[in-house]
Design a protein around this ligand. Structure first.
Ligand code: E4P
Length: 214
């Protein structure tokens, strides 16, 4: 499974990249709005830190506006992926852009039918938002499982990018379901490294080793 980081913060991205396990970045307008400076300059900086895809979302809500904005965004760097909302206009823009060879990440996906539509429109990535579904007492990971089955039935190559991840269990479940990618906030990326038994075990090994010097 590929690991993406879900942030607009260059420092968090740099730290994650240093792990040597980072495959890409997802941003959104809310995440970029938290960072100081020009968001387009920030995206440029982010694209220089990672080799993998960096999702940048359009603000326009009509097909032509989305396409025009996508053309601007793709000029930022070669690894920019265009993030489009999964609306009627977004799906139409997705079809046009993918036919032109632009990589598209369809975001704000909350139903299996939305996922089927974006695959038919040629999306490179589909982003089911699991945490936001859990927030309203729906099973976010069940959506990922359904998308996996639907794509498997028809051989769609759209990659399943599990988004709106809130905790390490989402990452575990995404991996068990065979999702292609999990994008996680820096906090969750940090949490998946931790296990109390590893810490206790290491402490014991080191203190026992110290005894050999006495
Ligand atoms: C994914 O691409 C989105 O940026 C993100 O995962 C949204 O997560 P949130 O529900 O925590 O805002």
């Amino acid at each position: 499974m590929k690991f993406f980081i879900d942030t607009g913060n260059s420092e968090e991205i740099r730290e994650a990249a240093e792990l040597g396990l980072l495959d890409g970045v997802t941003t959104n307008p809310s995440l970029l709005s938290k960072e100081p400076g020009d968001p387009y300059e920030n995206l440029k900086q982010i694209c220089a830190i990672v080799d993998g895809p960096v999702s940048a979302e359009v603000i326009a809500v009509d097909k032509d506006g989305m396409i025009a904005e996508a053309r601007q965004l793709t000029r930022i760097a070669e690894n920019i992926v265009i993030k489009l909302p999964t609306t009627r206009e977004g799906v139409k823009a997705c079809k046009t852009l993918t036919e032109d060879g632009v990589k598209v990440n369809m975001t704000l996906v909350f139903s299996p039918m939305q996922a089927l539509l974006v695959a038919k429109a040629g999306a490179t990535f589909v982003s089911p938002f699991v945490g936001r579904l859990d927030d309203i007492s729906h099973d976010g990971m069940e959506l990922v499982s359904q998308i996996g089955r639907i794509y498997g039935n028809y051989g769609y190559e759209t990659e399943i990018l599990v988004a709106s991840v809130r905790h390490p269990l989402h990452v575990v479940e995404a991996a068990l379901m065979g999702a292609d990618i999990c994008t996680m906030p820096a906090k969750v990326l940090e949490q998946i490294f931790n296990h109390p038994l590893t810490d206790i075990g290491l402490e014991k090994f080191l203190s026992d080793w110290e005894k050999t010097k006495q």
